[in-house]
Design a protein around this ligand. Sequence first.
Ligand code: DP6
Length: 420
Amino acid sequence: MAGAQGGWVLTATARSPTNIAVIKYWGKRDETLILPVNDSISVTLDPDHLSATTTVAVSPSFDRDRMWLNGTEISLSGGRFQNCLREIRQRARDVENKEKGIHIRKEDWEKLHVHIASYNNFPTAAGLASSAAGFACLVFTLAKLMNVSEDGAALSSIARQGSGSACRSLYGGFVKWVKGEAANGSDSIAVQLVDESYWNDLVVIIAVVSSRQKETSSTSGMRDSVVTSTLLQHRAEVIVPSRILQMEEAIKNRNFGSFARLTCADSNQFHAVCLDTTPPIFYMNDTSHRVINTVERWSQFEGAPQVAYTFDAGPNAVLIAPSREVASLLLQRLLFFFPPPPDTKLEGYMVGDTSILQEAGVHSAEDVASLPPPPETKDKNNAQKYPGSISYFICTRPGKGPILLSEDQSLIHPVTGMPK
Ligand code: DP6
């Protein structure tokens, strides 16, 4: 039985954010090392609303590496976990904890086993990318526990081997994953473009779209796209390189119009690549398309992009507004077309930064019911509404990168070495 009887337990706990790509990663040139066919750019989301927390514990009494995700033990036998563990162990250094009388030498780490406990502060069932936050947090926490001296770039290159998009979660703000050229992947790393305070007016609203369908995983979807889609090749070689430059420029200048145009175009092209794949992959559903129409009609009416939308490998919409004022206007539109199902309360329909509801002037389900149709609606008396097609909204903002937490936030018991 694994426990810590007769031995010490040393832990490290950290929290890492998730991220949403505004220029998408889709397609690998190396499946094992997880090397992409193009650069990508993402915005890190506020870890208060969407993040993974991970504790790694080490004890001489542990007889094997074990991991628990959201309270359930999962297998660590997968190549991706093993690659991350191996890469960090190779870089482990001496650790001394005088208070506990612990001295681990560099070479001891090869023989010592770890217990890992991780949980996401957002529902896994929501279909929001959890692997990015999860692998970033695993690598960051292991590195802290093992006193690894490598910088964020080197750690990003290790997190990348857990899940490609995870490498971008090692930093806050806007982050570029440089695809790199080296065959061993050493230059396929994340770099921070600007930190989270640089463009801090941005508001992110995520519409968690109701869906019963099991989606194709990103990993297998992009494998099929690489083999069968000629659009993917053109995208990687011609479109993305110039889009990356334009996106970096838009971010540097906080040019929302350009940022929104590029973000929407890139999301739509990623989903076009999915359609160009054999067999075709459908990630967006009717609700996703209706959210796009709502935004596009509004922007058309105003003569300029009002908010940006982007969709990953699923139907959820991620909407980015330039300010709280515009986010309130967006929310009024979303609640008008996608109200909560009849007889449901407003609480629970908006999570995260719920103060946006007050700013939008919406305090109750009755307020939702009396929202007027937005001015751009053609037939105002017969506007079609879709109650229940969105499960709930999350309001958040750009956020910071991984942080180390204190011992009292540990997910693992300091004596037994087991999840709390
Ligand atoms: C659509 O990083 O989940 O979210 O590297 O195989 O683990 P693997 O895939 P993953 O793919 C993410 C794809 C995406 C776009 C993006 O995040 O850039």
